[in-house]
Design a protein around this ligand. Structure first.
Ligand code: NDP
Length: 387
């Protein structure tokens, strides 16, 4: 029988919810590219409830214990005395979400001789050392597409929030003021602006589609070009390099995975190539940008605003400079874990576990690493340093 370690974020400070703001979720049949939503044989949770925190358990306990397995659920994941570390020696499966990642470093993987599956309940498996997973024969899988649209909506919200100066204007209301001039001296329309995405995968393309009705000019950089028909439909401008794109954009949004090719992509040099007063939105991964260079760019006015919800490490320390830098609109990695998204990725996690325990193949699009190499979506979108 297997031991499964499930690392989840803490419950709300006031305790696990007894009721919710809404009674149901809209029914979605398929994703925009016609990939089907997760298809587990059954689920043991109510859709639209909090599943990603420790008491929610991704709705997995009944299923796993019913098969005779041991399920450990914890939010304690940092350091050698953490509950995660204490269970690594005989864990067969480790599941975590990118919002509260169980960092499966090479050292941790070496301490987990029975580990067979590192499962991301969400998208983005950069918290797993993929080189080490390849070396130790660990399969890495994630629930592709489960929260891509959730993030795309968050990106659009953040672009509008920054450009229109929403957060400071809201704060004037809370403070009891009616300070119109204070609010609008940094407020613009997005109409007519040039927006570019680094990567036009599931999220990047969804962002472009959502911004089209705002009459923005749409740009993208990606290693693979989109089909002609999509470029024409959205009137997209493709750029051969990131540098080429950023110098013409008022707004840049990052939507690529974190891997050796993309680490620190937005360093001081790249930020200096952007238009003065550009906005940068990063909901992809914190390490895509140079933390301190972003702070300096905001202080100097090179960037007019920075928003996103990804940090490194996560959770970010209380003194992280992005909490206090000027003109930011940060959130604490929530974009992909709306209650809507949780329902999808909890079901996708169950689907992957059913495949694993029944000896059936997982969907190719869920695989990042398998059989000692990059596989599935991982083979297309990731790179490793020494595979
Ligand atoms: P997809 O796999 O659909 O898209 C990723 C895209 O990135 C692909 O088009 C890929 O290009 C492109 N890409 C990979 N490497 C590079 C590179 N070096 N330069 C430019 N483009 C590159 O994934 P999603 O759109 O669903 O998600 C993207 C990322 O967003 C995730 O990996 C994750 O890090 C982050 N994310 C964040 C979430 C949050 O809650 N904030 C939730 C979900 C995802 P190609 O395939 O053409 O090689």
């Amino acid at each position: 029988m297997a031991k499964i370690v499930l690392v989840l974020y803490d419950d709300p400070v006031d305790g696990y919810p007894k009721s919710y703001a809404r009674d149901d979720l809209p029914k979605i049949d398929h994703y925009p590219d016609f990939q089907t939503l997760p298809t587990p044989k059954a689920i043991d949770f109510k859709e639209g409830t909090l599943l990603g925190s420790v008491s929610g358990e991704l709705g997995l306990r009944k299923y796993l214990e019913g098969l005779g397995h041991t399920l450990i659920v914890t939010s304690d994941k940092e350091g050698p005395d953490s509950e995660l570390d204490r269970h690594l020696h005989d864990a067969e499966i480790v599941i975590s979400q990118p919002f509260w990642p169980a960092y499966l470093t090479a050292e941790r993987i070496a301490k987990a001789p029975k580990l067979k599956l590192a499962l991301t309940a969400g998208i983005g498996s950069d918290h797993v050392d993929l080189d080490a997973a390849i070396k130790h024969g660990v399969t890495v899988a994630e629930v592709t597409f489960c929260n891509s649209i959730s993030v795309a909506e968050h990106v659009v919200m953040m672009i509008l929030g920054l450009v229109r100066n929403y957060i400071p204007s809201y704060q004037w209301v809370i403070k009891g003021g009616w300070n119109i001039a204070d609010c609008v001296t940094r407020s613009y329309d997005v109409e007519g602006m040039h927006v570019g995405t680094v990567a036009a995968g599931r999220i990047g393309l969804a962002v472009l589609r959502r911004l089209k009705p705002f009459d923005m000019h749409l740009h993208y950089f990606d290693r693979h070009r989109l089909p002609d028909s999509v470029e024409k439909e959205l009137n997209l401008i493709w750029h051969p390099t990131v540098e080429d794109m950023v110098k013409v954009c008022d707004v840049v949004t990052l939507n690529c995975p974190l891997h050796p090719e993309t680490v620190n992509l937005f360093d001081e040099a790249m930020l200096s190539k952007m238009k003065r007063g550009a906005y940068l939105v990063n909901t992809a991964r914190g390490l895509l940008v140079d933390r301190d260079a972003v702070v300096r760019a905001l202080e100097s006015g090179q960037l007019a605003g920075y928003a996103g919800d990804v940090w490194y490490p996560q959770p970010a320390p209380a003194d992280h400079p992005w909490r206090t830098m000027p003109h930011h609109g940060m959130t604490s990695h929530i974009s992909g874990t709306s209650l809507s998204a949780q329902t999808r990725y909890a079901a996708g996690t169950r689907e992957i576990l059913e495949c694993y325990f029944e000896g059936r193949p997982m969907r190719d699009e869920y695989l990042i690493v398998d059989a000692g190499k990059l596989a599935g979506v991982g083979a297309r979108s990731y790179s490793v340093t020494k595979a």
